[in-house]
Ligand binder design. Structure first.
Ligand code: 13P
Length: 243
């Protein structure tokens, strides 16, 4: 069975003073029965180490060390207390020109450091309107997910680019179609493909989480904006517990 995961991606938000949010969440959900993964900015990872959550980075370099000013290696994230790292987020693909091959290399670096790679895929609005969503997903799965992926070291996050931070959410049927497609591709390629956790991401809120978690093959969410405040993230965790 895939693990249920409520993941929060803080993106480039969060100062030390914001850690109070996580203490509030820990009091409410310390023993949630689902996995809670918080991905704060790298500057806060070590400060999160004592919390009863899994902590993740938002990106890593493909190499373990070297002359790459400003970059962070997977090994460094692990050393700071992370157990996971997001790779291939659409903001990295768009802002930093990350290709599927780069995302695969970063995911392999995550495995080498003992981190779970949360590999993000998803179509743009243009691609959806052109009817090529499933082809895009196929290309990203083939190119971004390494052959060494297993249900233990990899989580797949389906994040339609047009739903991120826009308040626009695909219909439940659209989410169901893509998640069933991802599951079928993983099962065909990997012996334990049925056990990979598949997260939906893009404008998840307390008000739509229960419906989204009711969709087959949705094992949790990767949440941006609504993960920044305990009052917003807490109902999403509760919805996952009840799903
Ligand atoms: P929002 O929840 O703010 O739409 O962001 C989703 C996301 O990009 C998570 O990685």
């Amino acid at each position: 069975m895939p693990r249920k995961i409520a993941a929060g991606n803080w993106k480039m938000n969060g100062l030390r003073g914001d850690l109070a949010t996580l203490k509030t969440l820990a009091n409410a959900h310390g023993d949630a029965g689902v996995d809670i993964l918080i991905c704060p900015p790298a500057t806060l990872i070590s400060a999160c180490a004592d919390l009863p959550f899994q902590i993740g980075g938002q990106d890593c370099h493909a190499e373990a060390s070297g002359a790459h000013t400003g970059d962070i290696s997977a090994q460094m994230l692990a050393d700071a207390g992370a157990t996971a790292v997001i790779t291939g987020h659409s903001e990295r693909r768009a802002d930093h020109g990350e290709t599927d091959a780069i995302v695969a290399a970063k995911s392999m670096a995550a495995y080498a450091a003992g981190l779970v790679a949360v590999i993000c895929i998803g179509e743009t609005l243009t691609e959806r309107e052109a009817g090529t969503t499933l082809d895009v997903i196929d290309g990203q799965l083939a190119g971004s997910v390494p052959d060494g992926a297993t249900a233990s070291n990899t989580v797949i996050a389906y994040e339609p680019v047009w739903a991120i931070g826009t308040g626009k959410v695909p219909t439940l049927d659209q989410i169901a179609e893509v998640h069933a497609h991802i599951r079928a591709r993983l099962t065909a390629r990997f012996a334990d493909g049925a056990a990979f956790s598949l997260l939906y991401g893009g404008s998840v809120k307390g008000s739509n989480a229960a419906d989204i978690f009711g969709v087959p093959h949705v094992d949790g969410a990767l949440v941006g904006g609504a993960s920044l405040k305990a009052d917003d993230f807490s109902p999403i965790i509760t919805a996952l517990q009840n799903a």
